[in-house]
Write a new protein. Structure first.
Length: 95
């Protein structure tokens, strides 16, 4: 769930590297509608723009919530996770 941003490409094309699927959620949806999408898509992670933290805080779906672009109190930050992630080696392969 995001507004247009510089990290849009990182999530848009991550399907080319990861076998998981991405369910893109319109940022105008209300919490019950977002819950419906998350539950029916069997999502494990919910990435959202930090400016939408109010919506994320009202979700009842139990998924890992990570904010992007702008920090949101009480949520993990995507950029900080990238900084602490182990280096990726294409030789290890994901497929």
């Amino acid at each position: 769930m995001r507004l247009q941003s510089k990290l849009n490409l990182s999530t848009k094309f991550s399907g080319a590297t990861f076998p998981e699927k991405i369910a893109r959620i319109n940022h105008k949806l209300m919490p019950p509608e977002v819950d419906y999408v998350l539950e029916h898509s069997e999502s494990k992670i919910f990435l959202f723009d930090g400016s939408l933290a109010e919506v994320a805080a009202r979700l009842s779906t139990k998924v890992r919530m990570i904010c992007m672009d702008s920090p949101a109190e009480g949520f993990e930050q995507f950029e900080l996770l990238l900084d602490t992630a182990p280096a990726f080696s294409p030789d290890e392969g994901l497929l």
